[in-house]
Design a protein around this ligand. Structure first.
Ligand code: B12
Ligand code: SF4
Length: 500
């Protein structure tokens, strides 16, 4: 092992209370083992993480800094920490990886405080990059797949890295975190809920999804032995009593899933996962009984839209009828379906939004326990540029002007683009539509308070339900000021804060 030490940073993205294990930098730290040592700073628990990072690099013992960056709020904290490090030690290499540089590598490198952008899976790319930097072998940089970098002032994107399953064989070094116990959070699943990723990737390629850009249709499941080892470790070492599976798409081919479901049925820890409606409706009764035994409490299903043409357009591969069937299958087997919808697509923002409201109302009539997540449809900029279908249909804002996406990390950090990344706003929304969506979401959220909210009291939720019922019933969503005030008093949570 070289004596080189790498600093790995997870910039703040959420509150201390909602902090989950920073899996990206843990996974990188595990991959560096044997060659480089690493120090981890997590901005979700260290609220002064910028000062901590500056202190860590000040004595010159760090050879490079790796920063994980998701678009949205984390971009702001990633920029702040990178700028502070650059100021302290201008020659220290700063490497960005994660969802943001994967989708927007040019914007990441159009920033004076980023030297290298790593696209998609980062373990091997990081090791190869550090090897090249250690040996001062600048000429080998262009042979590192997955790397984007600057060469004589020009941005160069090396070829994509081939999908790797190596990380499925490594245990994550949780003990390298300061007090790992603090990452187990109290949720509706259990008082010590774990955020965990079992499988890698997703074999679908929905055009709007960052996962498709990262994995390009590749996926690999862990072995049952590995899953059992990890869950046993988590239960015995940390007292885990609930699991949120971060796998992009937990239910893959049924035949491959059965051994994993058998492991989960042994542990019987309440769990949550992402799932597709087509996979759920095709599950056999034998698998459903394993699901039930394993205590799956909620499945997050990307319903996206009630319009089959849009589902086809975004290459979702599911249909409106499958969404309804999946709700019924979940209901019949004691699982709460959590549906996410993408409103206001640029083709028909108002019409599709109203249609989706109607669909949600119908679902609530059929199965009131269904959880609903509402987002704005915000296509990925990179895919928009690259995909024929999308580029043929230029995006326009609500005044009819072409939408121009940011070209730098700093521009992406502006409030309207942070909202875009978080699926909260898009340039083609009129002020009226924006307000209508916020109002509908408020009325719906109060009429049907989420079971994920463990902070608001039962009486508080009943009060909200009663207050919102006339508005919901008569579809009077406009300006529900009384609900907003009550929500604050009752400390009611927005489900999007707890879900993903
Ligand atoms: C956990 C999680 C969160 C956590 C963050 C926890 C943390 N980091 O501390 C929370 C809940 C806070 C969160 C928030 C958001 N998230 Co999030 N999140 C995830 C989730 C479920 C898992 C991420 C993870 O840990 N993966 C496991 C690790 C090992 O993989 P990884 O992060 O991809 O890291 C690998 C590579 O990216 C790369 N890499 C990563 N960092 C670095 C750094 C360096 C230096 C290098 C070299 C490489 C590298 O190497 C790693 C190992 O291969 C993913 C979906 C998924 N399953 O990936 C969505 C996901 C990343 N989130 C996403 C989004 C959009 C968000 C939000 C911005 C918006 C939203 N509506 O969800 C919000 C922000 C909301 C807000 N108001 O704050 C999207 C990103 C999509 C895109 N367009 O690119 C994803 C893909 C979900 C999705 N399908 O849409 N999220
Ligand atoms: S939306 Fe879901 S199914 Fe589609 S590519 Fe993304 S993770 Fe996979």
């Amino acid at each position: 092992m070289t004596s080189q030490r790498i600093l790995l940073i997870n910039p703040t993205i959420t509150s201390h209370r909602h902090a989950r294990f920073p899996l990206a930098i843990l996974s990188l730290s595990a991959a560096l083992d044997g060659k480089y040592s690493s120090t981890i700073i997590d901005g979700n628990v260290d609220r002064n993480f910028i000062s901590t990072a500056v202190r860590a690099v000040a004595d010159g013992s760090i050879s490079a800094v790796g920063v994980t960056v998701m678009g949205g709020p984390q971009l702001l904290s990633a920029i702040a920490v990178s700028k502070a490090i650059r100021k302290q030690l201008p020659t220290l290499p700063i490497i960005w990886g994660g969802a943001f540089p994967t989708v927007c590598p040019d914007a990441a490198l159009n920033a004076p405080y980023v030297d290298y952008a790593v696209r998609a899976q980062g373990e091997d790319t990081l090791v190869e990059l550090l090897d090249a930097l250690t040996d001062c072998q600048d000429e080998t940089l262009d042979s590192i797949p997955g790397l984007s970098w600057r060469h004589s002032g020009q941005i160069v994107h090396n070829k994509d890295r081939i999908f790797s399953t190596a990380s499925l064989g490594r245990m994550l070094p949780y003990d390298r975190l300061e007090n790992p116990q603090q990452y187990l959070t109290n949720t509706y699943l259990g008082s010590r809920t774990l955020g965990y990723q079992a499988a890698l990737g997703c074999r679908f390629r929905c055009t709007f999804c960052g996962v498709a850009t990262m994995f390009r249709g590749k996926m690999a499941l862990p072995t049952a032995v590995r899953l059992e080892q990890d869950l046993g470790f988590m239960r015995d070492r940390f007292g885990v009593n609930g699991i949120q599976f971060y796998d992009h798409n937990f239910f893959d081919r049924e035949v491959d899933m059965v051994p994993l479901l058998e492991v989960l049925a042994k542990f019987q820890l309440p769990w949550w996962c992402f799932a597709r409606s087509d996979a759920l409706v095709n599950l056999s009764e034998a698998s459903w009984s394993l699901v039930k035994k394993s205590r799956l409490r909620m499945a997050y299903i990307g319903a996206e839209s009630p319009s089959d043409w849009l589902l086809h357009d975004i290459r979702k591969g599911t249909s409106r009828d499958q969404t309804l069937e999946a709700i019924e299958s979940c209901r019949a087997h004691g699982v709460v379906p959590e549906l996410s919808f993408m409103l206001a697509p640029p083709q028909d923002p108002e019409g599709e939004t109203e249609k989706t409201f109607e669909f949600i109302r119908m679902i609530k009539r059929l199965h009131p326990a269904t959880e609903v997540m509402i987002y704005i449809y915000t296509p990925l900029p990179r895919q928009h540029d690259n995909m024929k279908a999308a580029s043929a249909r230029e995006l326009r804002d609500c005044a009819g002007r072409p939408v121009v996406f940011p070209r730098t990390a700093d521009e992406w950090a502006e409030p309207q683009w942070v909202d875009y990344w978080c699926h909260q706003d898009a340039p083609w929304l009129s002020e009226r539509l924006r307000r209508r969506i916020v109002d509908f979401t408020t009325v719906l959220g109060c009429r049907y308070p989420t079971i994920m909210d463990i902070r608001a009291s039962a009486w508080g939720k009943s009060a909200l339900r009663a207050l919102a019922s006339w508005r919901y019933r008569f579809q009077r969503y406009d300006r529900p000021w009384e609900l907003r005030v009550s929500r604050k008093l009752i400390r009611h949570w927005d489900p999007r804060v707890m879900s993903l």
